[in-house]
Design a protein around this ligand. Structure first.
Ligand SMILES: [Ca+2]
Ligand SMILES: [Ca+2]
Length: 122
């Protein structure tokens, strides 16, 4: 069966306490289909302040254009707030940017629509 790999880059803000040890899950919502819900967990620590984590998600169906993502943060014990600054999805040589720039607190789901990206004002 054909599968489709999406590269997802998740950037944690470079501000105090931005990182989190909580679990974060993501489904990708495309024009054709919605992916499974993946756990964003690489070897080692994920979501360290200022870091970008890259994940390769294997989808069973062709999602089409990625139009929406949903970040689902699930607390471990007391919870650990997370400041996500940006999520980028790369699929079939296209890049989709999902600017976030906000906190996810406790058990929280956040839907992000594709944006045009953040351009420098220089
Ligand atoms: Ca934190
Ligand atoms: Ca990990």
């Amino acid at each position: 069966m054909a599968t489709f790999t999406c590269k997802v880059s998740v950037t944690t803000g470079d501000i105090a306490s931005a990182g989190t040890n909580d679990n974060v899950y993501i489904p990708l919502i495309g024009t054709n289909d919605t992916s499974d819900t993946f756990t964003l967990d690489n070897g080692g620590q994920d979501r360290v302040r200022g870091a970008t984590d890259v994940y390769y998600l294997t989808c069973k169906k062709h999602l089409g254009e990625t139009v929406l993502i949903r970040l689902e943060k699930s607390p471990i014990l007391a919870g650990d707030d997370w400041f996500c600054s940006m999520v980028t999805v790369e699929f079939e040589e296209k890049t989709y940017n999902f600017p976030c720039y906000r906190w996810l607190k406790g058990k929280e789901c956040l839907e992000l629509r594709e944006g045009k990206g953040i351009h420098s004002l220089l």
